[in-house]
Design a protein. Structure first.
Length: 395
């Protein structure tokens, strides 16, 4: 796919086009645009419960089928890394966001016109019902080893991925254009655009700080020099920036990790493919900081500490179940953004946009961090006398 055809570029074009239209059109045209936005938002919200079930339940069944010691260790350190990044980002948010001089968009804005009509497309179930159903079905299918249900969940995930790719992602640039058109018409975007540029730079700095911490901890635990891993990860980092997908970067990441002299080869073949799907520290760090900024921009306040703690703990679980595809983390966690943080369609759209525009760097952080976790696995195997398997295929 060319750069012009990539999702970030299409979203960026949607943002630019929407802002241009919003600054120049009258009330009649805005009525049409807002009606289209409402319809597309209803369709996206309808898909949210399907996305939750399609992403979470099959992931739980897969983990239940391979409950080995090393797998449990891998899942544990991936979860700890993700929620650690989330809490680090939360602390940074409470520390830095008040100094960004963000003014709520409700101050001195132009009133939006009413919709031409309001068509309600109700989701098949609530977000929380989808969350509970996903967990219960996934666990029960793993406990009972129900091959029929497990196969159905796998196929349902493919169906949902097709819906995400061909419907949600396809209409997202249009929805984003309509959203930014409304923000520009109100006058909000001219106030807040510089803030978002600063926020992206802050998040990227956070990625490097978290990677440094991960590798220092991994090196100390394994008793090895972490630079013997990091120095090989340049091609994987660049590939991740270009593909925005941990899954698409997997082949390059494996080659990079296998060059390291301090990583066990069998654990590279085991850990790197696994972490590509369950370790999303960079994406989690990004999402947490962004939801706090969006909350301040749209609703005039940061979420409470208790709300953010709950969001971070649940987001770590959802990161394990998220697919390693562009935007997988934020797509899998849409239910949390809506149910825990209380975001409306505008907040969700703004969150999706700014997340997608820098998703490539979050993915690069995820991929590079996988090397640190594999070093931890190597240290664990060494400390517990787990022998190396000389011949092993990819998991």
């Amino acid at each position: 796919m060319s750069i012009l055809g990539s999702l970030p570029m299409r979203l960026l074009l949607g943002v630019i086009l929407g802002m241009g239209v919003g600054l120049s059109v009258g009330e009649g045209v805005m009525q049409v645009i807002l009606t289209v936005k409402s319809l597309l938002g209803q369709l996206i919200n309808f898909c949210v419960p399907l996305i939750i079930i399609g992403f979470i339940a099959p992931s739980i069944t897969r983990l239940g089928q391979h409950a080995s010691v090393m797998l449990r260790v891998a899942i544990t350190i991936a979860y700890v890394s993700s929620i650690g990044a989330a809490f680090f980002s939360t602390a940074a948010g409470y520390t830095l966001i008040p100094f960004l001089n963000i003014t709520p968009t409700v101050d001195g804005l132009k009133e939006l016109p009413k919709l031409l009509f309001d068509l309600k497309i109700a989701p098949v179930m609530s977000v929380m019902s989808a969350l509970v159903l996903s967990v219960l079905i996934g666990l029960a299918a793993a406990w009972t080893k129900s091959e029929t249900i497990i196969k159905c969940l796998e196929e349902f995930q493919q169906i949902v991925l097709a819906i995400v790719t061909r419907v949600v992602i396809a209409i997202l640039p249009v929805f984003i254009a309509c959203t930014f058109c409304g923000l520009a018409y109100e006058g909000a975007i001219t106030k807040q655009l510089p803030v978002f540029l600063i926020v992206v730079l802050i998040v990227m700095a956070g990625h490097y700080i978290w990677l440094t911490l991960l590798y220092l901890l991994a090196g100390a635990y394994a008793g090895a020099n972490p630079m013997n891993v990091v120095k090989h990860y340049g091609p994987a980092y660049i590939t991740a920036v270009g593909t925005m997908s941990s899954a698409a970067t997997l082949a390059v990441a494996l080659k990079c990790a296998l060059k390291s002299t301090v990583l066990r080869k069998d654990l590279v073949n085991f850990g790197i493919p696994l972490f590509a799907n369950i370790h999303l520290c960079g994406s989690v760090l990004t999402e947490v900081f962004f939801v706090m900024v969006v909350s301040q921009v749209l609703y005039g306040t940061l979420p409470t500490v208790g709300t953010m703690v709950l969001f971070c703990l649940l987001l770590g679980v959802f990161a394990i179940g998220a697919p390693g595809v562009p935007g997988g983390t934020v797509m899998a966690s849409l239910g949390l953004i809506i149910s825990v943080l209380g975001f409306d369609a505008t907040g969700t759209a703004l969150m999706l946009t700014i997340f997608a525009l820098q998703d490539s760097f979050g993915t690069a952080c995820n991929v590079t961090g996988d090397g640190a976790l594999t070093l931890m696995l190597t240290g664990y195997a060494k400390k517990h006398g787990i022998d190396e398997v000389k011949e092993v295929g990819l998991l």
